[in-house]
Design a protein around this ligand. Sequence first.
Ligand SMILES: [Zn+2]
Ligand SMILES: [Zn+2]
Length: 106
Amino acid sequence: MTDKEFKSKCKKNKKSKVKIKQLNYKSYLKSNKWKKLRETKLKLAGYKCEKCGSTDNLHLHHKTYKRLYKEHLKDLIVLCEICHKEEHGLLTEEEIEHRINLMMQE
Ligand SMILES: [Zn+2]
Ligand SMILES: [Zn+2]
């Protein structure tokens, strides 16, 4: 093995050991995967809030973050902005993300 080959092999090994960087929740919500999931769920719900039936400002709410980044459709619920706020109480997006990060560390 040449020096060059040895070095490139080391590099490869090092790379494979590096943990996949944790996906940021906010950037996940901008990803195509999420957009697709959102669209599917909205369609299933008939483009209305599953709580009050409103069709304004629809959000997708996680009933559970257990399968975050690989959610099942049943983990999500379509809510209008008002119902979504009610569901979260006064939690801000930052606080939600903080909770998720804590959970992911477990
Ligand atoms: Zn609603
Ligand atoms: Zn939510």
